[in-house]
Ligand binder design. Sequence first.
Ligand code: GLY
Length: 265
Amino acid sequence: MKPKKIRIIAHGGAGSENEHSDGTKKAVETCYKEVQKSTSLIHAVSLAVCVLEDDGRYNAGSGSHARANGKIEHDAAIMDSEGCFGAVAAMKGFKNPIQAAKAVSKTKYRILAGEGAAKFAQDLKLEPTHLQNISGGGKDFSTSPTTDTVGCVAFDGTSFVAALSTGGMAGAHYGRVGDVPIIGSGLYAGPDGAVATTGDGEAIMMKITAYRAYELIQKGVSPQSIVDEVINWFPTDAFGLILLSHKGSAGGSNRSMAWSSREFG
Ligand code: GLY
């Protein structure tokens, strides 16, 4: 029997250091091992995002930037090509927000925010984060560019999945929600492919970026041409994306960006 065709890409966010691609490689390998065990693709991708959230070098999970009030809030989302979507927004207190987003996708709701999202995660006994009481997340971003968001897209020969997780913009107002939990803005997955973006969330939202990139996939444009075109939509704001289609995979950014991809089978 021909082996299953599997494609996986993970990114550490626009502005993350290229040298930190050992973390995105680990995420890709984690996803691959899970797919081999025949767990669902959405579960495998969520575990890849957990690896990135736990890494500490990217702006998500344990590496999240703090808001202007010194507190940390998370946005995360996951979507598959079977019509499953779940997200959390401005959620405080949990180590792996992507697990909360995945759990939301199994409910009748699509996005839970703020205290309601935290109560939902608490009821599921998701692991709390040690960061919740650390003002500033232990980092000083005043003299260095901020990095943004982690993401993963995968294809297992049948389904596509896209997932994102972020601590949001460093120094933003508390309660600020970016593109990550907004379907079609930060991410999109459908029968023809999957897209996960990174960068300035307000700019990404206003261009409905992920869905418009997905429309280019539907038109048969090659993955690399889509990456090149979509990056051009952001002449000044930090931006990057990874995507998969039946034609292949590509990724890129107008900043440095740690990212890794592998095709198996
Ligand atoms: N792209 C992530 C954010 O702006 O929150």
